[in-house]
Design a protein around this ligand. Structure first.
Ligand code: N01
Length: 637
């Protein structure tokens, strides 16, 4: 990589840089550790101040230092960076984290990936057991399925992906509603093993995400392993042969196929939830769910009724409000809004140039984002059992956060206290998913042709929606932004394990698994983004999926190393883990609060969320402990 741009150009680019990432990148590029000045240390724990809470003078000094260093590197002919030893890299990491994340150090070294792809399996099937029968079926070609395929291929394990849709992308293929975009910063919401982090936005649109996964599948030549238009209807364990028999449906009808292991990568948020509202079927106009957007319906000049004010609605209502004559928005519970000024902004050209052209910077940029979000606001959403303050918060720190978020609403709508009252949540921050906002949501709600209705819905009629106060809200189009059947894991698939046990009957609407991945009685059946692996206020779910994939690949390795045919999680390990998770979830805002959310299942148990740190999941999924499993078949019998 070489640069020959003049100083003015470099200065302008550096003005847009994330300084806490630029200094270590330049130190690595030049080998000059004196760049890591004590007075320029950032604070990754300050979530609300930009640039690691560095002050103006510090920033000016750091920019000057960066400019001199980069210009000098250019003038010396852009020499290749010296090879850094792990110890030196640790020094760079310690500078970036200011010692705040010491517990995370082993994870951080891996996350930085300064020396290749640390998640790549360090074994292959051919080395371990070339002749062992091991064919893996992955269900779903979304983000998680593609990650699993990538790692299995690296390990030389034969696999195929069965995908019900006609393309890859999963949720990013199915959700095409206007304004759909990722709400986790993109440079983190991407695979650790793809070099390309050239995102157009800090939070890119659905189209950019879909292109990313499509490009990945093409570049890695994964599509030839995918059977598109193929839905898995049922999976049954054939104990005598230690394999799974799958019933699949495709254009040719119903077929059966076998695999030694199954990885479900079907996601949590993809089966739309249709509300049980009387009269829904009587609506005379077009009606659709936000995740099944009907692009044939032109909303121009129409009266549109929208039910729901969750993540989906908050993204699409501002767009459709520009086309529709009127929007009637039915809110049951308002969301908390997290101020995010750059939510819709493109990555500025200077920053993009640095990410593309300064060696190491893209990695340090992602790494810095990781450090900032690893713990996120987790400590501020944990319950203090002795908290006796406002019941709309769960601890002193949670109350501080609540007041900050209320202040944001008041500041956004200074002359409309009535609207502020209507959209201020009466439950603790993080009890439901908090949504990003750059001012768009409050501005949309105050538009004259947008009517926020907070009266409960009585029924849907042929011509609109009637609320319990007797008012009829006329509409030409009805959009259900009512979310997903998140807690109905793996539905509508039938999964039958050992001794003919039906997984859904076993769960009884209360899905549980060990690490969200394996279930006793269901040997060699693995899940990615399974029960209790949703993260709420920290990190990126892609990180979690990669951890789960790493663990599953480790389980397959165990099978091959031990010469076993099947591996099954011990019941006591599974039960003990779930008891820990339940206890910990009750000590989080989402577990303590009684507010309705998709984090809980029909029994009121938090079946979705991971209550611990990212570090904890990384540690627990690093490699499977053989003692957690029963091994059967092959050499183990
Ligand atoms: O769904 P939701 P979503 N009568 O369940 C209301 C992810 N996501 O699709 O809050 C009236 O959050 C319901 O009201 P209430 C993300 O993880 C990500 O918006 O239950 N209202 C709520 O307002 C997100 O959290 C992105 O009282 C009814 C709304 O419908 C998750 O998906 C984008 C009702 C449902 O909100 C789900 O988000 C979009 C009824 N009978 C989604 N039933 C990105 O980042 C439900 N509601 C890209």
């Amino acid at each position: 990589m070489a640069i020959n741009d003049d100083d003015d150009f470099l200065r302008a680019a550096i003005d847009e840089a994330e300084i806490p990432a630029l200094l270590p990148a330049l130190a690595q590029l030049t080998g000059d550790l004196s760049l890591l000045r004590d007075d320029l240390r950032p604070d990754p724990t300050d979530r609300f101040s930009p640039q690691g809470a560095l002050g103006d003078e510090q920033l000016a000094a750091a920019r000057e230092l960066a400019l001199r260093t980069l210009a000098d590197w250019r003038d010396r002919g852009c020499p290749t960076a010296p090879k850094f030893a792990d110890g030196q890299v640790r020094r760079l990491i310690e500078f970036t984290t200011s010692g705040a994340l010491d517990d995370y150090l082993p994870l951080l070294v891996e996350e930085l990936a300064h020396d290749g792809d640390p998640g790549r399996p360090d074994w292959t099937k051919a080395e371990l057991a070339a002749d062992a029968p091991l064919h893996v079926v992955i269900i779903g070609a979304g983000m998680s399925g593609l990650a699993a395929a990538h790692r299995l291929r690296q390990a030389g394990v034969p696999f195929e992906i069965l995908e019900k849709n006609a393309d890859v992308g999963g949720t990013w293929l199915e959700n095409t509603y206007p304004g759909c975009r990722v709400d986790v910063t993109n440079h983190l919401y991407s695979f650790s093993f793809t070099g390309n982090h050239d995102w157009p936005g800090h939070f890119s649109t659905q189209r950019a995400l879909l292109d990313y996964f499509r490009d990945f599948a093409d570049e890695q030549d994964l599509k030839r392993h995918i059977r598109f238009g193929t839905e898995v209807v049922a999976a049954e364990y054939v104990e005598a042969e230690h394999c799974w028999e799958l019933e699949v449906r495709d254009a040719g009808g119903s077929r059966r196929l076998r695999a030694q292991a199954v990885i479900s990568a079907v996601g949590q948020l993809n089966r739309p939830s249709y509300p049980k509202i009387s009269g829904l079927a009587d609506f005379a106009g077009p009606s659709f769910h936000s995740a099944r957007w009907d692009h044939d319906v032109d909303l121009t000049g129409k009266r549109v009724a929208v039910i729901g004010t969750g993540a989906s609605a908050v993204q699409f209502v501002p767009i459709i409000a520009e086309q529709a004559a009127e929007v009637h928005l039915f809110q049951r519970t308002p969301p908390w809004l997290v101020p995010t000024p750059d939510y819709h902004d493109p990555v500025p050209s200077g920053l993009r140039w640095l990410l593309r052209n300064v060696p190491h910077y893209a990695r340090w940029y992602r790494f810095w984002l990781f450090c900032r979000s690893a713990e996120g606001v987790l400590p501020a959403v944990a319950v203090d059992p002795d908290w006796a303050g406002d019941p709309r918060s769960v601890s002193a720190r949670n109350e501080e956060l609540r007041q900050l978020l209320v202040a944001y609403l008041e500041m956004s709508l200074p002359d409309d206290p009535e609207l502020v009252r209507k959209i201020t949540p009466q439950y603790p921050p993080a009890a439901k998913r908090m949504l990003r906002d750059n001012g768009t949501w409050p501005a949309t709600l105050r538009q004259e042709d947008v009517h926020l209705v907070t009266e409960p819905i009585q029924e849907v009629t042929a011509t609109g929606v009637r609320t319990t106060d007797g008012r009829q809200h006329d509409a030409d189009v009805l959009i259900l932004a009512t979310g997903f059947q998140a807690s109905n894991f793996l539905t509508p698939m039938r999964v039958t394990g050992r001794d003919g046990v039906d997984l859904h009957r076993r769960w009884g609407g209360d899905a549980r698994a060990y690490l969200g991945i394996t279930v006793p009685g269901f040997p060699n059946f693995f899940m990615i983004y399974g029960p209790n692996t949703n993260i709420v206020v920290n990190g990126s779910i892609i990180f979690f999926s990669e951890c789960a994939v790493n663990y599953i690949v480790g389980c397959l390795r165990l099978l091959l190393e031990r010469g076993s045919a099947a591996l099954e999680c011990r019941a006591e390990v599974h039960d003990g883990f779930n008891a820990d998770v339940d206890r910990a979830n009750l000590l989080m805002s989402w577990g303590k609060s009684t507010v309705h959310s998709w984090y809980k299942n029909e029994h009121g148990r938090v079946a979705q969320n991971w209550p611990f740190s990212l570090m904890e999941y990384w540690k627990r999924t690093k490699r499977p402990d053989p003692a957690d499993f029963l091994l059967r078949g092959g050499g183990s019998e």
